[in-house]
Design a protein around this ligand. Structure first.
Ligand code: BGC
Length: 515
């Protein structure tokens, strides 16, 4: 990795989200696992990403696909063993790939020994590790949208859960909880992981008055609105802990509040998150006005405090990029150019580099109680069924057009999505302007979104056409099309026209360029 020495690695990279159960299956049981992933690390290296974030692989009853953890320092046998995890970290590191684990601090599984003890009796020493009340308030939970409180018959109180009843929320006001969770981080940091994606980190602090929230009456869930000062205190503690480790370990938070200004607060004074996810762009429809506003907001809110942005257009909780944009491959390609050329660290959700669409589930094949199976389907590796998943039928049906979209089918196809991602990632790697340069919006037709990236001598211009009609985009100077989302005009001088649903990445002519 040719990273400028003065820059932390996480500002310089593209991060790939691995959803392990659907990435690659090493033992033929129909569920992806760590050995399967290790066997495909060269694919990630060839794609050009430099870090991977692993969704949870810990022991779990899997009520929420592993986000209900019953042992924070183990590996569920479904995914392999601790030795496999160590092997993953060392094999990834050998290839210059960083590894981020998913840390889930807000809640455990109800099968976690801590909760089993906590619910055993009101005077159990772990009672206060969770949040118990005689009376519920009106808070609503996510996933099933019901009350955030469940009555425990045995101990005759309600416990709080921002998600499923099988995911009781921890009480981070209890110092023993803080210490136990700090030990979890130490455990993984000592094993060499490079950092964490922190699940719904804005939820760990709760309103101490437990007052009804009027927004819950309007149907909002606490995960969308919870935003308490105490979460920041918790985060500062986590940050102090990771900062004591050598090697720039990173904390990336999932702050699910739909306000970039509020998200910016979770960077603290450079003493909380290193980076936070920001969801408004992920929710945005295919509309240049909306994207323009989202990007300006990021530049404004995060720029003010020199907080480093992230960009993600899909993940395991949301529709895939292509499905969200009406199934259009052209739009998915143009979106990829945008995702990989904005200022900040981009996240690619596995399979978006293949332009996969959401899989269709039926009442029989549905798994997730929250209806989020669509984007979680297994990755097709080979064109021929069972697409590299030998053995048992995979846990979810393959996405549509699996044969045509398989890695094998796209690998050597000139105009494939995979090839586009690889080209974009190579350009990014070669260009300091794209990786770390500043961002300036350029005037353009209202259906276009155009911006300049700039770092010292290096410069790139990006123009995305959201329209089905071509539009002119006038530029001073001579520019070459370095990447075109549809390959039209690539490596030729830019003639001032952007085609229908086309995105172009331009570099000044005359810049020496070796491939
Ligand atoms: C994860 C979800 C999960 C929830 C509860 C999230 O935001 O991404 O998949 O259901 O947290 O852990």
């Amino acid at each position: 990795m040719s990273v400028e020495p003065h820059l932390t690695w996480w500002k310089n990279v593209v991060i790939y989200q691995v959803y392990p159960r659907s990435f690659a299956d090493g033992n033929g049981d129909g569920v992806g696992d760590l050995p399967g992933l290790i066997g495909r690390l060269d694919y990630l290296k060839a794609l050009g990403v430099s870090a991977l974030w692993l969704s949870p692989v810990y022991p779990s009853p899997m009520c929420d696909a592993g986000y209900d953890i019953c042992d924070y320092t183990g590996i569920d046998p479904l995914f392999g063993s601790l030795a496999d995890l160590d092997q993953l970290v060392s094999q990834a590191h050998n290839r210059g790939l960083k590894v981020l684990m998913d840390f889930v601090p807000n809640h455990t599984s109800d099968q976690h020994p801590w909760f089993v003890e906590s619910r055993a009796s009101r005077d159990n020493p772990k009672r206060d590790w969770y949040i118990w009340r005689d009376q519920p308030n009106n808070w609503r939970a996510s996933i099933d949208g019901g009350s955030a409180w469940t009555w425990d018959e045995g101990s005759q109180q309600y416990y709080l859960h921002f998600f499923l009843p099988q995911q009781p929320d921890l009480n981070w006001h209890n110092p023993q909880v803080v210490e136990a969770m700090h030990n979890v981080l130490r455990f993984w940091l000592d094993r060499g992981v490079d950092g964490f994606r922190i699940d719904v980190v804005h939820c760990v602090g709760k309103d101490p008055s437990f007052a009804d929230d009027p927004r819950c009456l309007a149907g909002e869930t606490m995960v969308q609105i919870n935003d308490q000062p105490y979460s920041h205190e918790v985060l500062r503690g986590l940050r102090r802990l990771v900062d004591r480790y050598p090697g720039d370990r990173v904390l990336i938070g999932e702050v699910n509040i739909r306000s970039t200004a509020r998200v910016a607060a979770y960077y603290g004074a450079s003493d909380e998150l290193h980076m936070s996810f920001n969801f408004p762009p992920l929710d945005a429809p295919w509309d240049p006005v909306v994207f323009r506003l989202c990007i300006r907001e990021v530049e404004r809110c995060l720029g003010e405090q020199q907080a480093w942005p992230t960009w993600a257009l899909s993940n395991h909780d949301n529709s895939r990029i292509r499905s969200r944009y009406g199934g259009s491959r052209a739009k998915a390609h143009a979106a990829a150019v945008m995702l990989l050329s904005l200022r900040g660290t981009p996240f690619i959700f596995q399979g978006d580099e293949l332009a996969l669409e959401d899989t269709q589930v039926t009442a029989q094949t549905r798994v997730d109680p929250g209806g989020r199976d669509g984007s979680r389907a297994p990755l097709p590796w080979t064109a021929q069924p069972p697409h590299g998943w030998t053995g048992k039928t995979p846990w979810l049906p393959f996405p549509p057009d699996a044969a045509a979209l398989a890695v094998q089918a796209q690998e050597n196809a000139n105009d494939s999505t995979l090839n586009l991602y690889r080209r974009l990632l190579r350009c990014r790697q070669d260009s300091p302007a794209l990786r770390v340069g500043d961002w300036t919006e350029l005037p353009s037709h209202p259906q276009l979104l155009a911006y300049r990236r700039h770092c010292e001598e290096d410069e790139r211009i990006v123009c995305i056409n959201f329209d089905e009609a071509e539009h002119t985009f006038a530029l001073v100077g001579d520019w070459l099309i370095e990447v075109a989302s549809d390959r039209h005009g690539e490596n030729r001088p830019f003639a001032g026209i952007v085609g229908p649903l086309q995105a172009v990445l331009l570099r000044p002519t005359g810049v020496a360029h070796e491939r």
